[in-house]
Design a protein around this ligand. Structure first.
Ligand code: SF4
Length: 341
């Protein structure tokens, strides 16, 4: 049966009051830190004011990736553990299949379901070739300044061990990743000495055997599913590309990344205490990232993106004509610049 969505309670910017006016250290996740970097006001709308978004975030891509993660976790990254029940459970959990009245599964998005299967199979094939033993999946990091989950901790036969981060992506970006991963914020934070110590204590591993971080990406296949095509045939026809980047521990620079992370926490704690005002970043990469309007667009532009789009005149080569607007009185800004400083 279709589950009823939980009703969220939203707040307003006007009514927001800080819980405490003293800035405090708090655990900041990598995703919250990224949002803060993209646009402080967006972070504030979501995390502090809790205002209702114009549109719910399009979660298909996110859920697609989560379903893949779930399969890898439930199989312990072992190909021979994979079966259709594990696959179905992952799709039901992330809303791509529904349990119908008769108990049979109803497929909501066939293309996504086939894509998840193909990606999971490719990742499991890669894991089989690498012969890394899974020590833990979804390891929770809980430090006073950092919160997050490590997708997998895995071990070589020799005793060397790795932290593995799994991503799914629509865009193949091999060269870009190879060049920038040694300074990737998330990878460096997850390999901090305090995190390594937590892992060693919990799983009886040696810190000196920590080899580094593996960044594993499965790229989505865009091929259409043929009528009545079987999952295996689709996967063979469109085997998704998977890449596994090996970042050795000695190439990481946790110290620099940590000090930048702590600076973000300081900034966020001042915002949360109401001592500073969140800055809006009107750049197209934040207000219209991935060609989609920011969920809090109307809070900054006064109207929802689609309403504004229909109000702004657009000329093209086909409809262009003489521009001759009537003369209007020009309004002077009522803010004196010198009063601002
Ligand atoms: S619309 Fe732009 S400025 Fe406003 S919160 Fe979103 S990203 Fe920030």
């Amino acid at each position: 049966m279709l589950e009823v969505k939980e009703q969220k309670e939203y707040g307003t910017i006007k009514d927001w009051k800080p819980e405490s006016t003293t800035p405090k250290l708090f655990p900041l996740s990598y995703s919250a830190s990224n949002e803060l970097e993209t646009c402080e006001f967006k972070y504030a709308c979501r995390k502090m004011y809790k205002v209702e978004p114009d549109i719910e975030d399009d979660t298909v891509a996110l859920r697609w990736g989560s379903a893949c993660h779930k399969i890898l976790e439930d199989t312990d990254w072992v190909a021979s553990n994979f079966n259709l029940d594990i696959y179905d459970n992952a799709l039901v959990e992330y809303g791509f299949k529904l349990k119908g009245e008769s108990g049979k599964l109803l497929i909501l998005d066939e293309q996504v379901c086939y894509g998840v299967y193909a990606a999971a199979v490719s990742l499991l094939q890669l894991a089989k070739k690498q012969k890394l033993e899974t020590v833990a999946c979804e390891f929770e990091i809980k430090l006073p300044y950092l919160y997050g989950f490590i997708d997998r901790i895995c071990k070589e036969e020799s005793g060397g061990w790795w932290i593995q981060d799994l991503k799914t992506s629509a865009r193949i970006m091999e060269a870009e990743l190879a060049a920038r991963l040694i300074r990737d914020k998330q990878l460096n934070l997850y390999a901090l000495p305090e995190v390594i110590e937590m892992i060693c204590n919990q799983y009886n591993l040696e810190a000196e055997n920590f080899r580094g971080v593996r960044y594993t990406v499965a790229f989505k296949t865009k091929a259409k599913v043929k009528t009545k095509e079987k999952l295996k045939d689709y996967t063979e026809r469109n085997q998704p590309k998977v890449l596994d980047f090996e970042i050795p521990a000695e190439k990481l620079d946790g110290k620099t990344i940590l000090s930048e992370h702590l600076a973000k926490i300081t900034r966020a704690s001042k915002l949360r205490a109401g001592l500073e005002t969140p800055i809006r970043n009107y750049g197209s990469n934040s207000c219209f990232a991935y060609n989609k309007p920011c969920p809090y667009f109307s809070q900054c532009y006064g109207k929802k993106a689609e309403e504004l789009q229909s109000e702004i005149k657009l000329m093209t080569l086909d409809n262009a004509k003489k521009v001759n607007t009537p003369i209007r009185e020009v309004k002077k800004p009522d803010v004196k610049i010198e009063n601002l400083f």
